[in-house]
Design a binder for this molecule. Structure first.
Ligand code: UD1
Ligand code: MG
Length: 420
């Protein structure tokens, strides 16, 4: 009971500016919903006990989060303080810390959340907030400090005086509170402000008034706390995530020729000395070995596993493909639901015909096989080791090891025909 660390994710807001039929919190960045990213960040920081406050389009939000969190329901959207009040029953009787997170701030690093929790514990602060210094602070709550540098209050844009408008330090919307003192303060918040809302930020002033210590962590990387309100910010955050992921791969020894035109989703493993050419997209969960060459214009979809020294060249799409060491798929191919052995050459224009309109079927190709150009492999089909498929074949039957398979019309030449 002593050292609870839990989290509340505020996810009930409307998100009008997104102009969408969906809740803004279920919009995706790189294939993953904004609110799911917010929850996963808390989990990665080691927080298991998470409550999501849902309201607007809650069925959608709940469908995304499933049983990864518990739910509190906000029937009327009366502000962030009101949102946290709805989660009171999850806090009552507990001691320790609670992280409160805006659900629309998806790129916060778990390390930053840990820093916030650690500072809060070490300095014995009852509220510790994450702040940032922004050149253009418009729209954010401003951090008002006294001469000693202590935080006095957070003032929302709409409630600022002209002098307060000039303050560059802003509230990120991410807090670590002492559970018991948060509960006490929540009962005292009043909607006495320009928007007539209950503000979670008023808790800071209330705690200060009681003489309880509060503090802040200033975030180093400002991009971590960007929120998403519209499609322009959605694109901006996608770019931030793209750079963050690409940079990580480059640090690990992967060559990326053009970081602006390479799209690598989360949880992709790429080995050292692999080169990624431009306009390549690699989906979540893919693993790629060392010394591979990928692209340009390659599309590597879910559940692909590439061994070392594999080449996946231009205009190649692969899906659920397991590809052995040294195999090349150099150009213009679709290889889906397949296992390809070592040192194979998959000729230009090879296609696995994996879908009959109802079911997906598998193609298996043994080691050292040579697939001639423009071959259709009609799955399910198995090719043994060291097979050779003649160019232009449509392979519908299994091919035994070491065989040559030719499956096409024989050519006839009509001599002198074109002189007529
Ligand atoms: C909030 C902060 C502001 C901070 C900014 C950072 C307050 C009063 N202000 O402002 O200081 O600079 O975040 O991004 O907290 N939500 C609910 N129920 C509600 C209202 C909001 O669940 O009744 C949720 C929203 O879905 C969203 C989050 O709370 O995930 C933040 O709400 P939002 O209205 O965007 O607050 P801001 O005006 O951005
Ligand atoms: Mg907002």
């Amino acid at each position: 009971m002593e050292n609870n660390i839990m989290a509340i994710v505020m996810a009930a807001g409307k998100g009008t500016r997104m102009k969408s039929k969906k809740s803004k919190l279920v919009q995706k960045i790189y294939g993953k919903e904004i609110v799911k990213r917010a929850v996963e960040n808390a989990k990665k920081a080691g927080v298991e006990d998470i409550v999501a406050v849902v309201g607007y389009m809650k069925e959608e939000v709940m469908a995304v989060l499933g049983d990864s969190v518990q739910y509190a329901h906000q029937e009327e959207m009366l502000g962030t303080g009101h949102a946290v009040m709805q989660a009171k029953k999850f806090l009552e009787g507990k001691r320790g810390k609670v992280l409160v997170l805006n659900g629309d701030v998806p790129l916060i690093r778990p390390e930053t959340l840990n820093k916030l929790i650690e500072k809060s514990i070490e300095n014995k602060e009852y509220a510790t907030l994450l702040t940032a210094i922004y050149d253009n602070p418009t729209g954010y709550g401003r951090i008002v400090r006294d001469e000693g540098g202590n935080i006095e209050a957070i003032v929302e844009e709409k409630d600022t005086t002209p002098e307060q408008k000039e303050i560059k330090e802003i509230n990120a919307g991410i807090y670590c509170f002492d559970i018991e003192e948060l509960l006490t303060a929540l009962d005292k918040i009043k909607p006495n402000n320009a928007q007539g809302e209950y503000y979670i930020t008023d808790v800071i002033g209330l705690m200060n008034g009681k003489g309880l210590k509060t503090g802040a962590v200033i975030v180093e990387d400002n991009t971590e706390i960007l929120g998403i309100n519209d499609r322009i910010q959605l694109e901006m955050l996608t770019k931030v995530l793209q750079m963050r992921i690409n940079t990580e791969h480059m640090k690990n020894g992967v060559t990326i020729e053009d970081v602006n035109n390479t799209y690598i989703y989360d949880n992709v493993e790429i080995g050292m000395d692999t080169v990624i050419h431009p306009n390549t997209t690699i989906k979540s969960g893919v693993t790629i070995g060392e010394d591979c060459e990928i692209g340009p214009n390659a599309y590597i979809r879910e559940e692909c596993k590439l061994a070392n020294k594999v080449k996946v060249g231009s205009f190649v799409e692969i899906k659920k493909a397991i590809i052995g060491e040294g195999t090349k798929v150099p150009h213009l191919s679709y290889m889906g639901d397949c296992e390809i052995g070592e040192k194979c050459n998959i000729g230009c224009g090879t296609i696995t015909c994996n879908y009959d309109g109802l079911h997906k079927s598998k193609t298996i190709i043994g080691n050292h096989s040579f697939i001639g150009s423009n071959t259709n492999l009609v799955a399910p089909v198995t090719l043994g080791d060291e097979t050779f498929i003649a160019a232009g074949s449509t392979i519908t039957d299994d091919v035994p090891a070491y065989a040559l398979a030719i499956a096409r019309e024989r050519q006839t030449n009509k001599e002198e025909w074109n002189k007529k």
